[in-house]
Design a protein around this ligand. Sequence first.
Ligand SMILES: NC(=O)c1ccc[n+]([C@@H]2O[C@H](COP(=O)([O-])OP(=O)(O)OC[C@H]3O[C@@H](n4cnc5c(N)ncnc54)[C@H](O)[C@@H]3O)[C@@H](O)[C@H]2O)c1
Length: 272
Amino acid sequence: MSYNLLKGKRGIIFGALDENSIAWKTAERVHEEGGTFVLTNAPIAMRMGSIKDLAAKTNSEIIPADATKVEDLENLVEKAVEILGGKIDFVLHSIGMSVNVRKGNHYTDMNYDFTTKGWDVSAVSFHKTMQVLYKKDAMNEWGSIVALSYMAAQRVFPDYNDMADNKAYLESIARSFGYFFGKDKKVRVNTISQSPTPTTAGQGVKGFDGFIAFAEKMSPLGNATAQECADYTITLFSDLTRKVTLQNLYHDGGFSNTGVSQEVMEAFTEDK
Ligand SMILES: NC(=O)c1ccc[n+]([C@@H]2O[C@H](COP(=O)([O-])OP(=O)(O)OC[C@H]3O[C@@H](n4cnc5c(N)ncnc54)[C@H](O)[C@@H]3O)[C@@H](O)[C@H]2O)c1
């Protein structure tokens, strides 16, 4: 169903790799709601993924940018404003990657070059993106910037590895930069803490299948899907949530506030 919630709004969407990506589903929903945008991803993802299909489907242009490179981000923002014909109303940062996770390094045996790289891609890139938007004064008043997070920022999930630390840093950047963006430009900044979701990044986490099944059984409403995350994100891009800022918003079917569920109890209760 479409409500024309984003009619006339312009944006930048980072991180659509394939049709499972949260950013892909969000781009489709934004398009349905009347928003226009440019798509961006790391140059290497252009070769791996199918972003061109999404661009054709949503009448969007693609501007490659490595989100760790400030010069790429400057080019992206300049071109986006030019192509879209005005300042930006919404930005989705949907980027995450840990080299330690990819290489199977345990949290107690990190390679710190990999740690630094993952931190730069997954967390500092959010600061870089906002700093470029801020300095270029490229956001419209009452614009909205959203990044995606996970609850391992608050609680221990052993196999989430250094991504837990990256997400904690990302959420802190949202608050700190959100303060200045709010004060100076009336722009809101939030993170969405999403359920485990079967995407390329999600499935990279060790033991993902068990993990997603456990979360499903723990959450009173079940896991939130990528499609549902897209639905939630467009509300944050719309004018209906103008005073929501500096928040980490759980979108997880209630998982984060559940101590234990009946189903999980039953799995540990012997029949007498
Ligand atoms: N899948 C899950 O279980 C889950 C749960 C909570 C939060 N998240 C977060 O959602 C976001 C999106 O991930 P997803 O699950 O849709 O997976 P995904 O693999 O589809 O998306 C990750 C994206 O990051 C991009 N990326 C990596 N390095 C980059 C760089 N240097 N510059 C620009 N882009 C780069 C990739 O190309 C890819 O498009 C991430 O922040 C992820 O941590 C995912």
